[in-house]
Design a binder for this molecule. Structure first.
Ligand code: HPA
Length: 294
């Protein structure tokens, strides 16, 4: 199948967007943060903010989901300059996997960002997980990607990265260690987990049989995002930390009365949002100015 031309912006398009932003803010962040469903409050606590609405940024897609505001916020968190996506794009909104990931991530890369912190809301498949747990992503399974929906499909632009990028180191070990250390120092270990995130395209939540399948495949949590952004970020050499907030338990039994729903997802996100903010801020404090060390 041909790769639709409109899904594949040229290098000049990314550069135009990066230049547009650079001309409007003096901030030069080394860290980008993508806020998941209901987790956009993280952007609100940045100091010295410069805010752009997605609709005002050249070539940027629009965010259409409740719980995703649609603003790019530059500022400082715990003295670390960063840029936050307050609202992300999903394939279930009608965007291709390229559209949900290419523009934002490659623009961050052109702006000099070195680290991507990606957060999401996810359903817990691991029976030891509780609603409200924070899961550090060790690895991911992209059923979507395995079926050919990879954002790097199509001609490769070497200015961003190589044709066949390695993904066995998708989630950065050093950042993971710092995140675990932060969790310990904040007394968050009782609700900290690590695991494998599985992405499905949504927008339906999974059937019981699908949840059982994902569990058997080795997934600990399931969601509808993150993998495309991480793929594009690794392609251009960004180091990645992934954080899932377990907002519901995946339904694995036909006797269960539980039903996954977006309201519950947003509610749990609000309850744990403060802990997540503290964790990210603490971690950024540990990075200091030395983001390039790895
Ligand atoms: N499934 C998929 N995506 C999700 C879930 C879920 O159970 N919870 C939050 N996002």
């Amino acid at each position: 199948m041909a790769y639709a031309e409109e899904e594949r912006p040229s290098y000049e398009v990314y550069k135009e967007t990066a230049d547009w932003l650079r001309a409007r803010t003096l901030q030069r962040p080394k860290v980008a943060i993508i806020c998941g469903s209901g987790l956009g409050g993280l952007a609100d606590v940045l100091e010295n903010q410069t805010v752009f609405q997605y609709q005002d940024i050249p070539h940027f897609p629009r965010s259409t989901v409740p719980g995703h505001v649609g603003r790019l916020v530059f500022g400082e968190l715990n003295r670390q300059p960063c840029v936050c996506m307050q609202g992300r794009f999903h394939s279930y909104e009608g965007y291709s996997v390229s559209q949900v990931s290419h523009l934002s991530i490659r623009v961050f890369f052109l702006l000099g960002v070195e680290i991507l912190i990606v957060t999401n809301a996810a359903g817990g498949l691991n029976p030891h997980f509780q609603v409200g747990d924070l899961m550090f992503i060790r690895d991911h399974i992209s059923l979507f990607g395995l079926a050919g929906q990879n954002p790097l499909r199509g001609p490769n632009d070497e200015r961003f990265g190589m044709r066949f990028p390695c993904m066995s180191d998708a989630y950065d070990q050093e950042l993971l260690s710092l995140a675990l250390e932060s969790s310990q120092e904040l007394n968050f270990l009782s609700f900290t987990q690590q695991g494998v995130y599985c992405m499905l395209p949504g927008p339906c939540y999974e059937t019981i049989a699908e949840c059982r399948l994902l569990q058997a495949l080795g997934a600990d949590a399931v969601g509808m995002s993150t993998v495309p952004e991480v793929t594009v970020a690794r392609h251009c050499g960004l180091r990645v930390l992934g954080l899932s907030l377990i907002t519901n338990k995946a339904v694995l039994s036909y006797n269960s009365q539980e039903k996954a729903n977006h309201e519950e997802v947003l509610h749990v996100s609000v309850v744990r949002a403060e802990a997540l903010q503290k964790l990210v801020a603490h971690l950024l404090g540990k990075l200091g100015g030395n983001t390039s060390s790895s």
